[in-house]
Design a protein around this ligand. Sequence first.
Ligand code: GSH
Length: 233
Amino acid sequence: MALTLYQYDISPFCDKVRRACHYKRLAYTTVEVLPSKRGAFKKISPTGKFPALADGGRIIIDSTNILDHLEQIAPEPSLTPASARDAALATLLEDWADESLYFFDLTMRNWPQNRAWFVADLLRHESGLTKALLGKIIPGALRKIAVTQGLGRKSEPDVVADLSRLYGALDALLEGSDFLAGPRLSRGDLGVFAMVFVLARTVEGKAQLEARPRLAAWFGRVDALTAQAETAA
Ligand SMILES: N[C@@H](CCC(=O)N[C@@H](CS)C(=O)NCC(=O)O)C(=O)O
């Protein structure tokens, strides 16, 4: 079994998949997709989105479908809680992180005080002229997506207040529990972690996490269980 992950290194969805592989001790190789060359990968991901995972002749797109696949090929340790109620919560949390929390990252990382590192990181693998061109285009393109989605129409303080409410809810889920859905690490934790991780690279997301010691402790716990250096060969 040879797993190849087609990825953007900085994408939280790709991070979710990498961490699931580390947790399950699955070896994989990565192919970095350059933003300027993503057309060349149309056959791998017809939606144009990454991660995509190749397993032998099979290609799976979308991080949630990829986690389903990893659960099948490496059932232990499981990322699906044993109780049906906890499993349902894990499913909902993973989807909420992918489809809602992600847009806090997309919106906030494009704020002027956060933009420099993000654009530099995204274009790290690009060469000179392309890097300069894309560096000019990307902030506007991201802004368009954030405005269409809705968060991009709110003021910065209102977005931070929304994030604060949500982090408060996550913190409350950790009352009496080390993990968000059930007694062990689940894909709900992984999905949420991947977004909290990239949000912590914004000034405001970092402050919101640090203001909640219980949430910050959960963050460290999930990181320790899923980081490459700790778990993979
Ligand atoms: N639902 C997808 C979302 C993947 C996604 O949006 N990936 C972004 C990178 S963070 C992407 O490929 N964007 C390129 C595009 O939208 O064209 C998943 O869970 O894998």
